[in-house]
Design a protein around this ligand. Structure first.
Ligand code: DCT
Ligand code: MG
Length: 401
């Protein structure tokens, strides 16, 4: 069976439930991952469908641990596992040789214990216990709905809700408009967005923005700017050299999408940016620029190769819904926002910490404040910010950790 598996030209994972995030969504399984695959049994009526189990690899195990701590609002432990996963992703050796990794920074006692167990036994019993845990599964399910955070999910779990249908049918549950949209498009927006889809959306938004102003600037940010092939949403930055016009531009853009009939949901946050505010110290706080959290309708014909859908599950629709974020900073803050929104979150967190601890500077999506000189340092491009920090410029592809 293993031989048959290795000989398959492409193996697509159709449904492995909650097992591991990186292998869900019908993505092709990489050759390395195939070494971790065990065929458990064949489908009774369709012998070409294999049921498989995949050993949770170390990074995925760390993600599960982090998520579980996040659900319990243990921020410190959550961050420790997220950081450890980032460190492991950035080491150039394969997982098997991670014995040497015990000397890596950011691996505490707990993270090390989980990793060693996986290397020795091929699995982590602690992680498997979490994956089977009822509360973890419920919270994972509920937070998969756009607009449902850990607190709401916990409330639903405590209230005895078990399925998404329970939440929809319970008279005691009052959904806000974001959650209603989240439920309406749950299947589509919990499925990964491909690079082809992100580029197609970029084209649609770009055309719409140019239709409003010939000076409009629209760039793809987030994971896709870092070269990722899949993402959970598509992030864009919109600006204009016409001073003070960026928020109007964003509102006109949303309006244009509405008129085109492709706006399925919009949550607009007006700008609360104050030019005199110093950069914040909390990373998790959102920036103050105008932004819109959208759900857009993307047609098959607009995407090279059509839109993503679970294999073998054509539901007769010629479109899918996609989550899109657009932030609109003023042009003089463009470089800081681009750097912030390009991520990854861990990279941003570390860059800000470096600025604060090593350079006595405060960095966020709005600007860079030099505490020694007591002044804002200007930047037209990301390169200028790296230079202020005394760092070599890093291309977005190198910011994935
Ligand atoms: N970000 C930020 N401030 C926050 C949260 C996030 O500036 N409070 C930045 C960091 C990454 C970027 O926004 C995009 O966020 P996501 O879309 O969540 O991450 P991603 O890297 O694009 O990953 P994904 O593929 O999951 O979309
Ligand atoms: Mg993103």
């Amino acid at each position: 069976r293993r031989q048959a598996l290795n000989n398959l030209p492409t193996l697509h994972v159709l449904d492995i439930g909650w097992f591991t995030d990186s292998m869900r969504e019908g993505r092709p399984v990489t050759l390395e991952a195939r070494h971790h695959i065990q065929v458990t049994h064949f489908h009774r009526h369709h012998p070409f469908i294999l049921y498989i189990s995949i050993y949770v690899c170390v990074c995925d195990a760390f993600e599960v641990m982090a998520e579980s701590y996040e659900f319990s609002q243990c921020d410190g432990q959550c961050l420790a596992f997220r950081r450890a996963a980032s460190v492991l992703k950035s080491v150039p050796w394969p997982v098997e040789r991670l014995g040497a990794a015990t000397r890596l920074p950011c691996l505490g006692e707990h993270t090390r214990a989980v990793m060693e167990e996986i290397l020795q036994c091929g699995r982590s019993f602690e992680v498997e216990k979490i994956l089977c845990n009822d509360r973890y599964q419920r919270l994972k399910l509920f937070t998969s709905v756009f607009g449902v955070g850990p607190k709401t999910a916990e409330k639903w779990h405590r209230g005895g809700l078990r399925t998404l249908n329970d939440a929809l049918e319970d008279p005691g549950v009052e959904l806000n408009s974001m959650q209603k949209a989240g439920f309406r498009h749950h299947g589509d927006i919990s499925r990964a967005v491909s690079r082809a889809e992100a580029l197609a959306l970029g084209e649609i938004l770009h055309q719409a923005a140019l239709g409003i102003s010939a000076h409009a600037v629209l760039v793809l940010t987030g994971g896709f700017r870092r070269g990722k092939e899949f993402g959970h949403d598509v992030d864009f930055l919109l600006s204009t050299p016409e001073q003070g016009k960026e928020e109007t531009l964003l509102l006109s853009l949303v309006d244009s999408l509405r008129r085109q009939g492709i706006l399925l949901y919009c949550d607009h946050h007006p700008s609360t940016f104050d030019i005199n505010n110093l950069p914040g110290v909390s990373f998790e706080a959102m920036d103050h620029f105008a932004k819109s959290f959208l759900i857009l309708r993307l047609e098959d014909r607009q995407v090279e190769g059509g839109v993503q859908r679970p294999e073998g599950q054509h539901d007769g629709r010629s479109w899918r819904a996609v989550r899109v974020d657009v932030v609109a900073p003023p042009m003089e803050r463009y470089a800081f926002t681009l750097l912030g929104w390009t991520g990854s979150r861990q990279f941003e967190r570390d860059l800000r910490r470096f600025a604060r601890k090593e350079k006595r500077m405060l960095l966020d999506n709005h600007g860079l404040w030099d505490k020694t000189k007591k002044e804002f340092l200007p930047a037209e491009r990301e390169e200028d910010i790296f230079a202020h920090l005394g760092l070599e410029y890093l291309e977005p592809q190198l910011r994935n950790a």
